[in-house]
Design a protein around this ligand. Sequence first.
Ligand SMILES: Cc1ncc(COP(=O)(O)O)c(C=O)c1O
Length: 394
Amino acid sequence: MRKEYTMKNTKYDFETVIDRHGTNSVKWDYFDDDIPMWVADMDFMVAPAIQEAILKRANHPVYGYTIVPDELFDAYINWWDRRYDLKMSRQDMAYSMGVMPSISSMIRCLTDVGDEILIQSPVYHVFYYYVEDNNRKVLENELIYENGEYKIDFDDLDEKMSKVDLMILCNPQNPIGKIWSREDLDKIHELSVKHDVIVISDEIHCDLTDPGIKYNPFKSADNVIRCLSPSKSFNIAGFQSSIVHTTNSELLDKIKTQMHIDNSDSCNVFATTAVIAAYDESEDWFEELKEVLYENKQIVKQYLAEELPVVKLVDCDATYLLWLDCSALNVPSEVLSGFLRENQGLFLSAGIDFGKCGDNFLRMNIACPQKLLKEGLARLKAGVIALNIIKRGM
Ligand SMILES: Cc1ncc(COP(=O)(O)O)c(C=O)c1O
């Protein structure tokens, strides 16, 4: 019998559908689709403490250049210490206007034009863009997909590490939602030391795990740079704020110089306020958010199993991005995504965006009120039925 998932009693409102049209939202205002479930931002109201802090700052009528206060770095230090037992020191951190601007700067200062840079696919598509836009080449260590699960091909990784100076790791991995195990991370680190490779560990999705589960931070070491940000966890990507962390002071100086040249180290007047209010004052909101996301995931799991078994949810324990195995439909992901948009007004990301090996998949963002989620699922089903009818008629 179908289990009805009802929202647990939450202190905060995760149910109201907010009209985001007309806010210059990439998700809602960029395309005409009526249900956008692609780009990684959430349709929930922000934590009240963040909104209050922003309104308070906005009430002061001067918005000039701003410094990054120590309180911002303390907020990061305390969050990671408290939640993940990861010790970071202020002198090992640098401010950046977002994870991707900092990665782009690192690509420029740590590699040369024409170099290959290692990534593990399927992975966040913007890694490809920034490597290629900087006139470097992507070298892929394709993950192995077997029996509905992903694992690392360590032989291939070993071989490919020998060809590069830089690897960009995604932990947890977007789009497959996988938290890399301590063992996997240690093996990656071992290989990076063996081949003298610098590893950028992008941990932007690290907080967004199933309740009771924690991600494993990558090791702090001389050849490791960590990118952290509250923008996914607290849905404040619009403030464009992150930090870079490495215990290698020489490396950090090099990165800081490049970020300065690229002007990616400056700070938005509202960003520091939002970040501090997020980490220092919004942890209870965040804990509720995790429950809500988990419930949403269960809804999708159950719906697909009962109503649309031709589409399989790849098991995951992190992120609000679900990776849907559509191989049984036998349609390229771009065609499938395009069809759902045209036929149903539903926008899911095409798997091929995340690498060739993602072509049998769609990525679905489930960070929205249940009403929207259920409508999205109904449209997915209607779209798949319509597609099959058309295919049969051909
Ligand atoms: C793995 C990963 N890194 C970085 C970003 C973007 O970070 P930022 O907006 O701070 O540049 C995203 C956004 O979806 C992401 O998924």
